[in-house]
Write a protein that binds this ligand. Structure first.
Ligand SMILES: Nc1ncnc2c1ncn2[C@@H]1O[C@H](COP(=O)(O)OP(=O)(O)OP(=O)(O)O)[C@@H](O)[C@H]1O
Ligand SMILES: Nc1ccn([C@H]2C[C@H](O)[C@@H](COP(=O)(O)O)O2)c(=O)n1
Length: 671
């Protein structure tokens, strides 16, 4: 997950490959709750989504006394003992509507007389309506009060007046604000349907009907067969009781699939045999958002839906503009708004009033952010119309995401714009709500325009601080880091282990060894022949050997592929001696980092002492100067500043100041 202030997505050209998506949020949070309501029984949930919203539900259930154990990809949930639930709890549900609404209904009916719970969430959750659900629960005897604003969380629950529960007639609920109110009631009513049936009638139109279908499907899996009378009236039969299904497999999220369906339609080239394949989700899905496929097809995308897999290719290009009632796919419909940028005319998305009460007012947010890219956008109370920008009228934009995961995910697709401008996604961490690895998954199947992954080169002499600076810059930008010196160190160590003299006379064997290094990067660890050598390669002895082996041209040539392969999206910071001159000559930013020999020797001395090694300052300085001499005077790729490098002397500069300077240069290059 990218926990950085912004993520710059460079211009992208194409996409192909296979993706596996995380579990459905809607199914995951319903399944967690229903498993918790199976008193004493254990349910094994497979493929459950791990995200901010499911964590909110999970934490709340654990606070209530539910036992939840992770076992690899499985979650073992043992149902709550309703009589042992601790009272006086405050449950913080973040911005998870799929936790707030169903837990409100379930706890309102589960709580004993006088047993208190507070349900709250982040600021935006406190602006998301819940009054219709509370109004439906009160006639049943649920004691619920608003802590701040009437109609909105936080809520105080204070148990159930069972006398009123017995008297209660048909429950009425509005269906036109959020279908979660109806779903929440449907999941809560089996808790009080032991002796008599419970009936719900929907007032007004019912929106987002497919989400109610998921609820009914899961209720069935958990042993409760609700009678659905034409989506207007629902009957929970007398004697209903939750029973664990044993094992429940959670499908990949169909709303999350919409980004990759759009991706295939925008960026895979069928002439080159390219496609995006989505595994584990297909025509048999129980999720309403699977109907996004139809909308994508209307726009000209070629989608082949097998029972458990989708294969997506670009069909019509440009995409076809459409006019669509998207009430049945409100979440996935946001992706249509981005696809509209690649269409042959204005696209109109109608009947999406529920967007206004989601994580943010999505109609306003979409209108504002699409306009930044150059689109002409009109909006009404429940519709949006998007006219795409002309090919060269696209503008580079910094997209605000409003703490809304879907804003971040769908706007990433704007990076395929024909003008080749970059797209900045602010607060990319917000995707943690439903798809923490969204950007990693995306970058796994897309290619940068002209193969140009952004690379920042940092070259310079030993102990100038290249590695430290590279890490700091990469962290700010979410880029990967190439420590090319480590490759020379590993090659030298491998040669020593094979008792191969580091001598130009052995150039051929050394190069062969370097080309086929049995090397593996495992996070911070470097494994050689399967053994962790991360510490061993940092010794002064290996440093000396690395300096010798790096002077052999054939070895340098052999290590080129290793280094170039490190250039992966969203970008790379490469540190070494010849990053800017040889390995990445087209890099848009090259920094030559230097400092006086005195300062560098001092830094190395402190570094070694702090790690418990013995060292003397004068010897270190001599060795450092000898290394400088070898590195700068060797014939093969000597250490020198590239002609177009920015020279940065950090003798009197701390790491933060140096990092800020490099980020300033990078920002200039971007604009
Ligand atoms: N600007 C700076 N001011 C003070 N200390 C620094 C600065 N930059 C780096 N250092 C410290 O200097 C030491 C050496 O830094 P670092 O390992 O990043 O250098 P390097 O150039 O990558 O070295 P090598 O080429 O040998 O791998 C580290 O302990 C680091 O914390
Ligand atoms: N691109 C590179 C990186 C490193 N080297 C040489 C120079 C050093 O003597 C040796 C070890 O590098 P360090 O880990 O200290 O940065 O490898 C090089 O020639 N080219």
């Amino acid at each position: 997950m990218y926990s950085i202030p912004f993520l710059d997505i460079p211009p992208l050209a194409s996409a192909h490959g296979v993706v596996r998506l995380p579990g459905s949020k809607s199914i995951s949070n319903r399944a967690l709750l229903l498993a918790a309501l199976c008193e004493g029984r254990t349910t094994v949930l497979r493929g459950l989504l791990a995200s901010d919203d499911t964590q909110a539900m999970r934490t709340a259930l654990e606070q209530l006394g539910c036992r939840i154990q992770q076992n690899g990809d499985e979650l073992h949930v043992t149902g709550l003992d309703r009589h042992a639930m601790p009272a006086g709890l405050q449950l913080h549900l973040g911005n998870a509507g799929t936790a707030m609404r169903p837990l409100t209904a379930a706890l309102a009916l589960l709580a004993r007389d006088g047993q208190q719970f507070t349900l709250t969430g982040v600021a935006r959750m406190q602006e998301r309506p819940i009054g219709d659900l509370v109004d439906a629960l009160r006639p049943l005897g649920a004691r619920i009060t608003y802590e701040k604003n009437p109609g909105f969380p936080p809520l105080q629950l204070a148990g159930l007046d069972t006398a009123r529960l017995d008297e209660a007639q048909t429950i009425r609920i509005r269906g036109d604000v959020s279908s979660q109110f109806l779903s929440a009631m449907l999941m809560a009513l089996p808790l009080v349907a032991e002796r008599r049936e419970r009936v719900i009638e929907v007032d007004g139109p019912l929106i987002s009907l497919p989400y109610v279908a998921i609820t009914l499907h899961l209720l069935q899996r958990f042993g409760v067969a609700v009678r659905n009378e034409n989506w207007r009236r629902f009957v929970v039969p007398a004697g209903s009781r939750y029973r664990s299904p044993g094992v429940l497999q959670v499908e990949p999220d169909a709303s999350s699939a919409s980004y990759f369906i759009a991706l295939g339609g925008i960026a895979s080239d069928p002439a080159q045999g390219q496609a995006i394949t989505i595994e584990g989700l297909g025509a048999d899905s129980i999720q309403g958002d699977i109907q996004f496929i139809e909308a994508a097809r209307q726009m000209g995308v070629d989608v082949q839906a097998e029972s458990n897999r989708l294969v997506v290719r670009r069909g019509a290009w440009p995409l076809k503009a459409i006019d669509i009632d998207a009430n049945h796919i409100p979440d996935a419909a946001m992706t249509l708004a981005i696809m509209a940028l690649y269409a042959d005319g204005p696209t109109r998305i109608r009947n999406i009033g529920s967007w206004r009460v989601k994580e943010t007012d999505r109609i306003d947010a979409m209108q504002t952010e699409l306009a930044k890219l150059g689109a002409a956008v009109q909006a009404g109370p429940d519709w949006l119309a998007i006219t795409p920008p002309a090919a060269q009228a696209w503008r580079a934009a910094s997209i605000a995401t409003y703490d809304d995961h879907r804003m971040a995910m769908c706007f990433a697709l704007a990076a395929f714009n024909p003008a080749g401008v970059r797209v900045r996604i602010e607060d990319p961490r917000c995707v943690g709500k439903t798809f923490p690895d969204y950007f990693e998954t995306l970058f796994g199947v897309v290619q940068a325009r002209a193969g140009r992954v952004p690379v920042i080169c940092i070259d310079g002499p030993s102990a100038s601080g290249k590695g430290t600076l590279a890490q700091a810059v990469a962290q700010q930008l979410g880029y990967g880091v190439l420590d090319s010196g480590a490759l020379y160190r590993v090659a030298a160590l491998a040669a020593r282990r094979r008792q191969l003299d580091i001598d130009p006379a052995n150039a051929r064997q050394l190069a062969e060894l370097a080309r086929n290094l049995p090397l593996c990067f495992d996070g911070e660890r470097i494994l050689l022949d399967g053994r962790d050598v991360s510490a061993e390669i940092r010794t002064e002895q290996v440093g000396r050997d690395a300096s010798l082996i790096s002077a052999i041209g054939e070895v340098r040539e052999a290590l080129l592929d290793w280094q170039r392969q490190a250039a992966r999206l969203p970008g790379l910071v490469a540190d070494g001696r010849d990053m800017g001159t040889v390995v990445f000559p087209h890099a848009p930013l090259k920094v030559f980092l230097t400092a006086s020999a005195e300062k560098r020797a001092e830094r190395r001395y402190k570094q070694l002492i702090s790690k418990g090694n013995s060292a003397t300052l004068s010897t270190l300085r001599e060795e450092l100067e000898a290394r400088d001499l070898r590195d700068t005077t060797r014939a093969a790729a000597p250490l020198k500043a590239a002609h177009d490098a920015e020279v940065l002397d950090n003798s009197e500069m701390d790491v933060q100041a140096a990092t800020e300077q490099v980020l300033r240069w990078w920002a200039e290059r971007q604009s």
